[in-house]
Every structure is written in C-alpha cells, then in structure tokens.
Design a binder for this molecule. Structure first.
Ligand code: IPE
Ligand code: IPE
Ligand code: MG
Length: 236
C-alpha cells in the first residue's frame, strides 16, 4: 500500500446509491444492497490496512423506516445474514462492533443478532466499527437533552455545569471521537440526519461513485483526498 501522510482516526461513511446502482444494471434494488455488503467488507479491510481506528457506517436511518415494507424487511434480513457470516472474520481481525441508534423498534431476531455481534467482538482493539442502525442525529440529541434534564431535575448537576462535554457524553457516541472525515457516495451532498453534532469540524467528501462500486481502491483514494486537506479549526 502507498504511504499516505495523514490518516484520519475516524472515518464515517454515508453509504448511498445502492438502488441507483441496481437500476442502472437492470437489477432489483435489493441486489444493490447485497453488493453494498461487499463494499462494507472491502472498506473494513482498507481501514485495517491503513490504520484507521474508527469506521462509522450509516446503515439504516430512522427515516428509512418509511420505505416500502418489502425493502425494510429485506434490509433487516440482509443485516442478520451478514452478522452471521462476518462475525468470525471480524473477531479474528480484532474489529470491535458497536451500534449507535435506537434499539427498541427492531424485531427480537434483529436485536439478538445485534447483541451477539457486539458481545462476540467486544475485545477487538484494532478497529472500532460503528454501525448507525435506526439512527437519527436529531433523535440522538433530543434523547441526550432529556437525559441531562433528568439529571438536573434529580439535583445531580446544576444548569450552569452543562457544557459541551456534558452533551457529547450523553450522545450514543460518548465513547467515540468525532469523525475526522465524512464520505457520502453517489454524489448527493447532504448529511441526511447523520452525526450533526459530531460533524462540526469534519472534512467532507462526496464522490460520484455509487456505494456498491466503492471498494478498497476508492477508500484509499478517499484517504488521499483527506491527506491533501488543510484543517484550520477557525484559526490561521
Ligand atoms: C443506501 O442506498 C442504502 C440505504 C439507505 C439503506 P439507497 O437504498 O438509498 O440507494 P438510492 O439512494 O436509492 O440509490
Ligand atoms: C441516508 O441515505 C441513509 C443511509 C445511507 C443509511 P438515504 O438515501 O436514506 O437519504 P436521502 O433520503 O437521499 O437523504
Ligand atoms: Mg439513497
């Protein structure tokens, strides 16, 4: 692998374009999602080989529940199948899987697969793979505000003590550093309710390629784009 000067600690990806990829090939949308799982595998490999420590993947947004039931069911089924198929290799590679998002709306089956992959990979220390699944950034912030309000009401903290750290530590991502680099495939240039708080100083990249065509090579190309950026954080 080429030597890239500055590797982001945390890469977050909005995996978009599965449906359009499938349509362009005369296939069903579902086939785009299946090929998308292969891209996930490829990006995990590339993250491991390049030294990225956190990889967050936006797999299912809260708004995605609004898709036709057949597609939602197919995505849940694909999730379960992928968990079963990938857990041994992820464990072997030292990948720790954690989930961010709501858990209360999944079926018992999906919930148990989530739990089992988190448990099986808990000691992984090479890469943390964060799966945003039934995730909405506004819902995450709202839940955090409620939790903080409860602590104030219980007299545990004073209003004046609420600071940015209090909020950051009340989010699903409390144990995860902010993303350095956010990639969204398929040419769409929006965040779609993803990591709104955490993205405050992330570099963004919107390649045209659809998610099923985003493989190791494209991941490494993206890291080169990141390495060429200058991060100023408001300073000179
Ligand atoms: C991303 O691809 C996968 C999910 C949102 C689950 P899409 O399914 O959004 O594909 P397009 O955007 O319709 O092409
Ligand atoms: C964002 O993609 C969500 C995921 C990639 C999981 P969408 O395809 O759902 O987003 P919009 O509707 O184009 O904004
Ligand atoms: Mg889409």
């Amino acid at each position: 692998m080429k030597n890239i000067e500055r590797i982001p600690t945390h890469v977050a990806i909005i995996m978009d374009g599965n449906g359009r990829w499938a349509k362009a090939q005369g296939k069903e949308r579902y086939e785009g999602h299946i090929e998308g799982v292969d891209s996930v595998r490829e990006c995990i490999k590339a993250a491991l080989s390049s030294g990225v420590r956190y990889l967050t993947l936006y797999a299912f947004s809260t708004e995605n529940w609004g898709r036709p039931i057949e597609e939602v069911d197919a995505l849940m089924e694909l999730f379960c199948k992928s968990v079963i198929a990938e857990t041994p290799e992820l464990t072997k590679q030292g990948v720790k899987v954690v989930m961010i998002g709501r858990r209360d709306r999944f079926s018992e089956r999906v919930r148990s697969h989530l739990q089992s992959i988190e448990q099986a990979t808990a000691s992984g220390n090479r890469l943390t793979l964060v799966l945003a699944f039934d995730y909405s950034s506004r819902e995450e912030i709202t839940t955090a505000v409620q939790a903080i309000a409860h602590r104030v009401a219980a007299g545990e903290i004073a209003v004046e003590d609420i600071c940015e750290t209090t909020i950051a530590q009340s989010l699903y991502t409390a144990a995860i550093p902010d993303p350095d680099f956010i990639i969204r495939t398929s040419g769409e240039c929006r965040l779609s309710n993803f990591l709104l708080w955490q993205a405050s100083y992330a570099e963004m990249y919107f390649p045209e390629v659809m998610w099923p065509d985003f493989k190791q090579e494209q991941f490494i190309e993206a890291l080169e784009v990141y390495a060429s950026r200058e991060r100023r954080y408001g300073k000179l």
